[in-house]
Design a protein around this ligand. Sequence first.
Ligand code: SAH
Length: 361
Amino acid sequence: MNALADLLREMIASDGPMPLDRYMGLCLGHPVQGYYVTRDPLGAAGDFITSPEISQMFGELLGLWCAEQWHAIGSPHRLRLVELGPGRGTLMSDLLRAARVVPEFFNSLDVHLVEMSPVLMKLQQERLASSGIQATWHREIATLPEGPAIFIANEFFDALPVRHYVQTPVGWRERLVGTDPQGRFVFTLANEPERAMTRPAAQGTVLELALTSQQVMGEIASRLTRQGGAALIIDYGYGKTAFGETLQAIKAHQFVSPLEDPGEADLTVHVDFAALKTSAQAAGALVFGPLTQGDFLNRLGIHQRAASLSRNATEQQAQNIQIACDRLTATGEREMGTLFKVIAVTQPGLAAPAGFEEDQP
Ligand code: SAH
């Protein structure tokens, strides 16, 4: 058993069962024992792999997308380029390499990274320093400087904590994390129902609420509305709010129970893009999408990029480029091109950003 599990048991013994968002927040972000605080979880040897780690083309295409958006908002002299949850810094490094082909854009950039993990922050610092990039790190978005900004977030919102509620004969009751007599973690229900929640649903229905995600989205959108700019959000998720739960735990590329070995597995949810859209629109911003990642990357020209990279590559490299391109865009039911969705959020008054032209806000 682990130290975080002992701490959680003590907390539950003294305060009673805890809300799921508190449990998830501690498992991922406890300042000493949290999953992201103690390791680099990415890559083939880690627990999961992300699009920028699959191919440099992902970050490069996003870099050109940012350059176009910079132009669309009037080519501001100074632009905050903000990445939320930058992992190993791979996306940002690839993005900035592509951005150099538009020197006025590149020279306007003031790079900010929002990261809670000291381990990943160090990797990001090394990665960006080796590309000669100056950047500023933040623990949360509240400390970002004012001014026009472009935000990028790939697999960030899926790590923000959620709450669960279960429909019972007395109404919706919150699902909490408690312990059984053997000290194992188990789900229990709050004694009192949530009287303000009146949504009808069959007994046993679970409702997952991503309030932190909605609040973060609202803050970003309100900033974009006041100060100008755009955000590009990419994540495993769904377009229409629905009942049901999506919390999952992954360790070494395998599903495990979210209650087993806290802090040792990655906990994520599928992102509710409809809820993000509602929060962004309520703050006055425009929302485009969601599109599937496959459609988005195809429209940005990933196949042309793959062909041009392959021209200077060995046969083996060209084959790998093609495999990566297919993996990012594949449209099978359980493949990344379909499961991952993309939305763009912009200041009011802008036309649809690159990739979203066929979509109305
Ligand atoms: N975007 C990267 C990494 C995705 S993993 C990629 O695509 O490869 C999730 C990232 O978000 C990690 O960098 C993790 O440390 C960070 N993160 C998760 N929750 C966070 C939070 N609440 N605040 C800041 N960063 C967070």
